[in-house]
Ligand binder design. Structure first.
Ligand SMILES: [Zn+2]
Length: 259
């Protein structure tokens, strides 16, 4: 079980690193087992240029539609001028985010305005198609056969929910940590709840705080809400705002359905 004390011990022993993809900072103990909690790319010692940082930093935390659209344009220009494929991955994640924002608006307005809903659905579909194109450009540019490269392709496909591709690239990975991390993501969608609980705890024990996020989801799926709540209280101080929001809505949904 992941307890509050274990998390505290982890934080006390950890240091922070900056993700070379999304430029956010996160806690790690072992840099070889470090996966960013925002974009889920593994840590690399790659130098981040000031121009990259100025456009990418904070991009994934933007919530307003007009600001996201503006940043998407800037990310495309960044890619055009630098040919840095990392910018494409971040751009795709932001496109998926905006697509989901549009879909959520439909859900909230439900029977509301048909025309408005049709427009939102069209915009959401367009953005998702753009994300898919960017992810494919990203994947095609990753051209070595290392475990790290295979993981990058797998995680990019995971963001598009293409689990067959995730499984395909995962099978090419020898590194136990990276392979297990991907297995945990596969379990999240169509695996056994108990496997997800065990594997996420293992990921945490192996060195990544991200295990906590998936462990909380596993606890909710197992209907162990009190336990999930306890761990969530600790996670709130370290998790990203979107992860925290996701867990909050899962707990609220559970409570409104079962309690
Ligand atoms: Zn990142």
């Amino acid at each position: 079980m992941i307890t509050a004390d274990r998390v505290k011990t982890y934080i006390n022993n950890a240091h922070t690193v900056i993700c070379s993809f999304c430029c956010s900072s996160y806690y790690v103990i072992d840099e070889n087992k470090a996966i960013c909690n925002r974009c889920e790319m593994p840590y690399t010692k790659e130098q981040i240029s000031d121009s990259y940082q100025s456009i990418v930093k904070g991009a994934l935390d933007i919530e307003e539609e007009d600001k996201i659209l503006k940043r998407l344009g800037e990310l495309e220009s960044l890619y055009s001028s630098s040919k840095d494929i990392k910018a494409l991955y971040i751009k795709a994640l932001l496109e998926i985010k905006l697509s989901n924002i549009y879909l959520k608006r439909i859900a909230y307005s439900k029977e509301g305005f048909m025309e408005e809903n049709a427009k939102l659905r069209l915009e959401a579909t367009k953005l998702y198609a753009l994300a898919k194109a960017d992810i494919i450009r990203f994947i095609e540019s990753v051209d070595d056969a290392s475990d790290l490269a295979m993981y990058k392709k797998a995680i990019a496909y995971f963001k598009l929910n293409n689990l067959t591709a995730v499984r395909y690239y995962s099978n090419k990975i020898d590194d136990i940590f990276l392979k297990s991390y991907l297995k945990m993501l596969l379990d999240l969608t169509n695996g056994d709840k108990k496997d997800l609980a065990n594997l996420s705890e293992w990921i945490f024990s192996a060195g990544s705080l991200n295990g906590i996020f998936y462990n909380i989801i596993a606890l909710i799926k197992q209907e162990r809400i009190d336990q999930a709540d306890k761990l969530f209280k600790v996670y709130k101080d370290i998790g990203s705002s979107s992860d925290i929001e996701k867990i909050e809505s899962m707990i609220a949904e559970y409570r409104s359905t079962y309690l």
